[in-house]
Design a binder for this molecule. Structure first.
Ligand code: ZN
Length: 225
């Protein structure tokens, strides 16, 4: 399995769900989401990138990263900690049921802003695609994001917002749950908003149309630690 990913040590400093929501609501987070969305649309990346509310469901150790993979039996996407052993990342649980094999590689799917606006990967996915797609982040696009981040920092807590790889091209909605007995986030797909449990009504991913209108895609609820 090909590696070469940065270790997400920064993960341990991320807010949990309730902290992240509080910062987002108190500091005009939706305005910052729209501003970042404007830039994504301006560079015509809105079918590939979205804005997300960064939060954790559980903690990771120094040698772990969060990796999303598909569960064999259910097709549900599961994000769970993978740990570094012998210079390779392996799934945390020995009863791991996700669809992984040796030809897959681990690539970033979520980035956060740090310091002066540098984008750093914090969550990953196990994928068949062996190439880290640089076309997702053209140089001018990254410069615009950085400038915007520095401006937004003055009135909003941009540290709770991130950029997320986006590929939901159908009219589905997604919501997250945590499995209490495991350190794992499960992404469920439903056909309409009314099938999302009432407790999971806070959007955590927004995608954009070509008029820069934000639409909620992923929802999360009682997953705080
Ligand atoms: Zn969540």
């Amino acid at each position: 399995m090909s590696l070469g990913v940065s270790r997400a040590q920064i993960y341990k400093f991320l807010p949990n769900f309730s902290q992240s929501v509080q910062h987002f609501l108190e500091r005009d987070g939706m305005e910052a989401v729209k501003e970042l969305g404007n830039i994504i649309v301006r560079y015509k990346l809105h079918s590939r990138l979205a804005v997300c509310l960064v939060h954790t469901h559980f903690s990771l150790t120094e040698s772990e990263i969060l990796v999303e993979a598909e569960e064999i039996e259910t097709g549900v996407k599961i994000s769970s900690p993978w740990k570094l052993e012998d210079n390779k990342f392996i799934p945390w649980s020995t009863t791991n049921r996700t669809k992984i094999h040796q030809t897959m590689c681990i690539l970033p799917n979520t980035w956060i802003f740090q310091g002066n606006g540098d984008l750093n990967p914090i969550e990953f996915e196990a994928t068949e695609n062996e190439i880290n797609d640089d076309s997702l982040f053209p140089k001018e696009f990254v410069s615009s994001l950085t400038r915007s981040y520095l401006m937004l920092k003055q009135f909003s807590d941009v540290s709770v917002l991130g950029i997320r790889k986006y590929s939901n091209k159908s009219n589905h909605f997604r919501y997250e749950t945590s499995r209490l007995e495991e350190r794992a986030n499960c992404t469920h797909i439903v056909s309409s908003m009314d099938k999302i449990p009432a407790s999971k009504t806070i959007p955590t991913i927004w995608y954009f149309d070509d008029k820069c209108i934000p639409y909620p895609d992923m929802f999360c609820g009682a997953c705080s630690i």
